[in-house]
Design a protein around this ligand. Structure first.
Ligand SMILES: Cc1cc2nc3c(=O)[nH]c(=O)nc-3n(C[C@H](O)[C@H](O)[C@H](O)COP(=O)(O)O)c2cc1C
Length: 228
């Protein structure tokens, strides 16, 4: 069984484009693989607390007091969800050119020393190493503006996608897919086209990922089948 972790970061609970993209992706997945578990983590509705000085002290403590254990309880729960997931579906709007504060709070709770990464100066100038590996991230976004790619009018202003990509290394992400809608604030035909293209991209993405999971016959089994 494959496990998916769906994270919703939009503060909007109705009319949210990113939630609609995530609904479509997970529905498509469920149709193909009903046996798979989908864990839901809605940080848009229930934002995790931002980390504090006491939280950091607890995270780095070698031996923890019961209060410190309590302070890290949500972090432990969120990390367990990431640990168990093969595929992370992260649905997030762009807010002020970056990720919503709720999603940043989630990353800060999850990326934790000796849980999701180890730190060792014996590794020289690259002392951090992720604990998890082999996960796939599907990033589903919506932007009010447009043209954040090279050559576009907003080139260099997208601090959401590269940030998620960089930080997701510490979730154990090795494969990254991005589907996004642009032009939401314009609501014109360019928005309609972008909206249509994003939803149309989801079914082929589900197909690609599901097909990659399907067990392939071993070479000798394939030969035996060919000989039938
Ligand atoms: C607080 C806030 C800040 C936003 N900042 C930006 C921004 O910097 N750039 C942009 O292109 N769109 C921005 N938008 C537009 C959203 O990215 C867009 O409405 C998106 O569709 C929201 O996702 P949702 O539909 O899932 O709620 C902002 C929207 C809000 C509510």
């Amino acid at each position: 069984m494959t496990k998916l972790l769906r994270i919703d970061a939009s503060a909007r609970t109705s009319r949210s484009l990113t939630r609609a993209l995530a609904d479509s992706f997970t529905l498509g997945w469920h149709e193909r693989r009903p046996e798979d578990e989908i864990i839901l983590r809605d940080v848009g509705r229930n934002p995790p607390p931002i980390v504090t000085e006491n939280w950091i002290a607890a995270a780095f403590a070698k031996e923890r007091t019961p209060d410190q254990e309590q302070l890290l309880a949500l972090s432990d729960e969120l990390i367990a969800e990431v640990a168990s997931a093969d595929i992370i579906v992260m649905a997030t709007p762009m807010y002020n050119y970056g990720m919503p504060a709720a999603l940043k709070a989630w990353f800060d709770q999850v990326v934790r020393v000796d849980k999701t990464f180890t730190f060792d100066l014996a590794r020289g100038d690259a002392p951090l190493e992720p604990v998890f590996w082999g996960k796939t991230l599907i990033l589903l976004t919506s932007f009010g503006e447009f043209g954040f790619a090279p050559g576009g009018p907003n080139e260099g202003r997208d601090s959401l996608t590269p940030h998620v990509r960089t930080a997701s290394r510490y979730l154990g992400v090795e494969a990254f897919h991005h589907v996004g809608i642009e032009y939401q604030e314009f609501g014109d035909e360019r928005f309609e086209a972008s909206h249509k293209a994003a939803f149309a991209a989801l079914a082929p993405l589900v197909d690609t990922l599901v097909n990659a999971l399907a067990p392939r016959p071993a070479p000798d089994a394939a030969e035996a089948l060919a000989g039938l």
